[in-house]
Design a protein around this ligand. Structure first.
Ligand SMILES: [Zn+2]
Length: 63
């Protein structure tokens, strides 16, 4: 599973399910990051207050 990190809004999306309603299209390209690194994502959530997108990531890391 590949994920898209929106560093501007601090939201993590699942690339496969991310759509218009996720609103990352308004984020500059240099503020977006694609990754397959789950530990990195969990660290962002735990330490940097990043949120998992409700729209596309419901089954990702816990809630
Ligand atoms: Zn999303």
């Amino acid at each position: 599973m590949k994920y898209l990190i929106d560093h501007s809004k601090k939201v993590i999306h699942r690339t496969t399910f991310a759509g218009d309603q996720c609103e990352f299209h308004t984020t500059p390209i240099d503020k977006r990051e694609g990754t397959l690194d789950s530990p990195y994502l969990e660290k962002l959530v735990a330490e940097k207050s990043y949120k998992v997108c409700d729209v596309c990531s419901s089954s990702m890391i816990k809630e």
